[in-house]
Design a protein around this ligand. Sequence first.
Ligand code: P6P
Length: 338
Amino acid sequence: MSESIDVDAPTLSRYVMTKTRDTDLVILMSALATSFKLITSAVNRAGVAKLYGLAGEVNSTGDDQKKLDVMSNDMMINALVNSGVCSVLVSEENEEPIFVPENKAGKFCVAFDPLDGSSNIDCNVSVGTIFSVYEKAPGSKGTVDDLLKSGAHCVCAGYCAYSSAVELVFTFRGGSVEGFCLDPTIGEFVHTRLNMQFPADGGKKIFSCNEGNYNYWDKPIQDAVQEFKKGDKPYSARYVGSMVADIHRTLLYGGIYIYPADNKNKEGKLRCLYEGIPMAMIIEQAGGIASTGLFKGKVGRVLELTPDDIHCKCPIIMGGPRDIGIVYESYKANGIEC
Ligand code: P6P
């Protein structure tokens, strides 16, 4: 039977309005969606439009900026500054925050990594955008302090994966995790995954980490990863090195994603505001766990961390009770309470 022509598109704007009745949030998500569509266009044309390679600059992380990094960053900044609903922007690509002119300012403060994993672009590996949204404190003109808050204050968080499909996954504070795919025939993100849940049984036995760092890890992490390899049915190793791809697979298939603090990176490598907190919100509101592992003397949750700088880092260990439990048993076996 021929596929029925869809006469009713469950769009992103419809979902946000129905769910929140917050027109500013509808405008914000629409501005984000516009930037994701622009980034999709640039990423898809990278090969033919000679967008591979370096832009000749470095970013706040000290990474060489790719041409697509700079373009994606400009696309997001332009969309958000001109949305009329943002006051402060923080981008991985900008050392300093971006303050929106008062005549265009609004209640939201947005932190983002416009093209996370972009070191993989030149070899066509999936990349993504990660974002977290906070609201200005009452009476605030919009300052960095409106963003330097724990994940408990984050009103919306998500990512857009640029891969075989362009898929936006996000959640509102305390809400469900929802997936929207870009339908190129109508240029809209349409609702394709409803109430996404981390596999309750832990899902596929997959561990995802950069084992090249093994010698820098603390012993509990080393022991836990060795544990995943034991037995007649050991876990599979899957690591893309592009956070959105690794987390999206973990959310859908299960398993565990580990980027711990280590002797080389005492605070881990990933950025709290626009990698750790948004991904932790997604995983926890889908039923998983987002732990810091042993960090600053204790084992806690990523969402309990309060960033002290817009580019501060945090360790991240994400998964379900089955696999996080193996890590926690390893800490206890090494005398660390958790
Ligand atoms: P490593 C990409 O640079 C990134 O920020 C994440 O997307 C990715 O998960 C991680 O770093 C990869 O880091 O040290 O394994 O190359």
